[in-house]
Design a protein around this ligand. Structure first.
Ligand code: G6Q
Length: 556
């Protein structure tokens, strides 16, 4: 059966013990030394794929580490699992679903079978439908109910139906249509939709209700609110069809909401929410950047898919990044991983990857329901690197936690200020160099003595100014941020997450951990609206609910 586990768990794989022994031998090696004894280190530990260069030489590894980690990946049957995914087998075993975001960007158009049926024709039909709709809106042919062209698009969605399109929309700002502005509303806090609606004219606004299930409370609440706001001016429900469209797998619920299913863009259960930006969930992005650019993003992702599928493990970017993560997570006991983009357009990438990674691999039960006895997905966090330098990098350099991090840096800017980009680039490399080398006591002393104003209390201060170094980083250079290179970058991370999920024997494609809260929220909402105070929870929750009820009932 394809969905069965690997039988052996991480700590039982034959190469686990050799890796542990190897770890004991190399854990205290300083990277500074590794660089000093090997002037070609970077050649050994870097991979280039089209517009992306991964330099992973600033990691606490030797050739033997990489060989052993790749051996571990082999023992976890990574290559077999990879084929199962690409071939449409139901590897999401707890939901009985295939995992086929790769089919959405299968630009070679070779058949991909799900339950004996090729899914490519339906993917292509939807792409055509999205293209024809977006062309109409972009050209101005699609008009609002009073005959005006659309100027504002509002994507109403949350989680996977929000974070991906929002991140891509931001990342591809230089490719956007001049007239069309996209807004993203996700938070059920009415302040979010109010702030958006305030900027809009109902006659020129188009709402995309993006929800795979079309049952998500936050999204439907906001969508109803937007509908009400629209009808306040438009008055007649017949105008809705020009201003509301849906992206969903659930045509019945879309129709119930009052959206004509001819204005619904379909996707399928074999597309996971957090992997759905390549599907019609990307409609807002297509409207903003046009189908040609969107296809270029799909092509970039497809080229990474092929790299992942065809390149030997030791030269395979997602495999190397994934296995390095395993090295720090399971041998060095690192608990988190930093995502630090040095390109302003990528400032939402950390947020996007938080979901992609933590919702996929933040699990403590393996794909067969066994409790794991090893660490799984790390905490993913980060922000725009240059801003982070002035905020939390102190802890990266001198804190007690080991925080491996990815520095993602674009080289050519879209702005007219390449010289400002030089400043950013030099800062990024200065950080990775400092994190790797550190500054020992002698060097610190020499630096102090060479400074213009030598402090009197050198002896007391000097220990605060020493940097241990040996902090691992990956450097990912992107020639220029384009739809194509962005597609590659996102697919790289998706596959990195896949690699780790396989080694940890997880189902990276379900998310049962979000269910309990949803269930309890329903009950609490009932309690808030009930005539009597509640006492059906623990004393903390009861008190908080009743305190809230009291406040909202006596607002003035
Ligand atoms: C992603 C998750 C989750 C989902 C949202 C929105 O993998 O499943 O983030 O995308 O809960 O769900 P709907 O698209 O169904 O509204």
């Amino acid at each position: 059966m394809t969905t069965q586990s690997n039988k052996l768990t991480l700590t039982e794989f034959p190469s686990y013990r050799p890796l542990l022994e190897h770890y004991e031998r190399v854990k205290n090696l300083h990277m500074r030394r590794l660089f000093s004894v090997d002037s070609k280190r970077v050649d050994k530990f870097s991979i280039e794929h089209q517009d992306l260069l991964l330099d992973y030489s600033k990691n606490r590894i030797t050739k033997e580490t990489v060989a052993l980690l790749c051996q571990l990946a082999k023992e976890a049957k990574l290559e077999e699992w990879r084929e199962r995914m690409f071939n449409g087998e139901a590897i999401n075993n707890t939901e009985g679903r295939s995992v086929l975001h790769t089919a959405l960007r299968n630009r070679s158009n070779t058949p991909v079978m799900v339950n004996g049926k090729d899914v490519m024709p339906q993917i292509n039909t939807t792409i055509d439908k999205v293209e024809s709709f977006s062309d109409k809106v972009r050209s101005g042919e699609w008009k609002g109910y009073t005959g005006k062209v659309i100027t504002d698009i509002v994507n109403i969605g949350i989680g996977g139906s929000d974070l991906g399109p929002k991140m891509v929309y931001q990342a591809l700002e230089p490719f956007r249509h001049e007239r069309l502005k996209v807004h993203f509303v996700s938070n059920v806090d009415g302040a979010h939709i109010d702030a958006t609606l305030k900027q809009l004219d109902p006659e020129t606004s188009l709402f995309i209700v993006s929800s795979k299930t079309f049952t998500t409370q936050e999204t439907l609440t906001n969508a109803h609110n937007a509908r009400k706001w629209f009808l306040k001016t438009a008055l007649d429900e017949m105008h809705i069809s020009k201003h509301f469209v849906a992206v969903s797998t659930n045509s019945e619920a879309v129709a119930n909401f009052g959206i004509d299913t001819r204005n619904m863009f379909e996707f399928w259960n074999w597309v996971g929410g957090r992997y759905s930006l390549w599907s019609a969930i990307g409609l807002s992005v297509v409207l903003a950047i046009g189908m040609d650019h969107f296809k270029s993003m799909l092509e970039g992702a497809h080229s990474m898919d092929e790299h992942f599928r065809e390149t030997p493990l030791e030269e395979n970017m997602p495999v190397i990044m994934g296995m390095l993560g395993i090295w720090y997570n399971n041998f060095f006991d690192a608990e988190s991983h930093g995502i630090l983009p040095y390109d302003d357009y990528l400032r939402s990438l950390p947020l996007y990857l938080e979901q992609a990674d933590m919702e996929s691999n933040g699990k403590s039960v393996d794909r067969d329901g066994r409790k794991v006895d090893y660490a799984t997905g790390p905490i993913i966090w980060g922000t725009s690197g240059i801003n982070g330098q002035h905020a939390f990098y102190q802890a990266l350099h001198q804190g007690t936690k080991l925080i491996p991090a990815d520095f993602i840096i674009s080289m050519l800017t879209h702005s007219e200020h390449q010289e400002q980009h030089n400043i950013m680039f030099s800062n990024a490399l200065a950080q990775t160099e400092a994190l790797m080398r550190g500054r020992n006591l002698d060097e610190t002393y020499a630096d102090i003595m060479a400074s213009e104003k030598v402090p009197r209390d050198v002896e007391q201060r000097i220990h605060h100014m020493v940097f241990d170094g040996n902090h691992p980083t990956n450097t990912l250079l992107i020639r220029k941020l384009t739809p194509h290179s962005l597609g590659m970058l996102i697919a790289l991370y998706e596959h990195k997450i896949f690699v780790q999920g396989i080694v940890w024997n997880l189902n990276s494609f379900d998310q049962w951990g979000v269910e309990l809260g949803k269930q309890l929220a329903k009950k609490i909402l009932e309690d808030i609206n009930a005539p009597q105070a509640t006492n059906s929870h623990d004393s903390s929750t009861n008190t908080l609910i009743n305190y809230y009820r009291d406040i909202i009932q006596h607002k003035e």
